[in-house]
Ligand binder design. Structure first.
Ligand SMILES: Cc1cc2nc3c(=O)[nH]c(=O)nc-3n(C[C@H](O)[C@H](O)[C@H](O)COP(=O)(O)O)c2cc1C
Length: 178
């Protein structure tokens, strides 16, 4: 089973999720392409599955991933695809998916899943450090008495969602072989 993963990752969460996904699908062969790092043209034909992963920043997926979806729309519609997003506010995931992944691509996908995210201050640079520090302090000390907000907690990588996603991929690829 040949799987292509096209991804973006500013601070490594998406990349770490891909490593967990690989562990869940250890019998598959993975080709991974960092859309912001790898310079060569991406060939997307000939794979059993194409997985696209992006972080959400300011409600949006990575710009180059958005462009990739637009440029490769026809091929993606003819291929087996699955999408995952990493975000800090998982409650908003459905909204992020609807607004960032075109309807036809979403409907054709075998899975569109939230893998969770991180608000890690040490991984940020410049203004992002400040933003993440503010968000963390709002979550951890945002209550009237400076207590942790009861309705929120810091996000983490959702390993269960990754295993369920892997299970769907495994079963869809198997269906095709039968
Ligand atoms: C500047 C900035 C903006 C962000 N904006 C959002 C957002 O709009 N919604 C959200 O759910 N998470 C947001 N996040 C959280 C990221 O999605 C989260 O940190 C994710 O783990 C990043 O993935 P990466 O490490 O692969 O880049 C933001 C994080 C940063 C640093």
């Amino acid at each position: 089973m040949n799987i292509l993963v096209v991804y973006a990752s500013k601070t490594g969460t998406v990349r770490d999720c891909i490593e967990l996904l690989k562990k869940n699908l250890s019998s598959c062969t993975f080709t991974t392409v960092d859309i912001n790092g790898d310079k060569e043209q991406i060939g997307i034909l000939g794979y059993d599955m194409i997985i696209i992963g992006s972080p959400i920043r300011m409600n949006k997926i990575d710009k180059k991933i958005a462009l990739f979806l637009k440029t490769n729309r026809e091929t993606l519609l003819k291929s087996k695809t699955a999408y995952f997003l990493c975000c800090g506010f998982c409650d908003c995931f459905e909204d992020y998916a609807i607004k960032n992944i075109p309807n036809d691509l979403r409907e054709k996908a075998v899975a569109v899943t939230c893998f969770g995210g991180r608000f890690d201050v040490s991984a940020q640079k410049g203004i992002d450090k400040l933003i993440v520090r503010m968000i963390r302090s709002d979550i951890l000390g945002g209550g009237a008495n400076g207590d942790q907000r009861k309705d929120m907690s810091l996000p983490t990588i959702l390993e269960n969602n990754i295993s369920q996603f892997a299970e769907i991929i495994r079963s869809k690829i198997k269906d095709d072989k039968n």
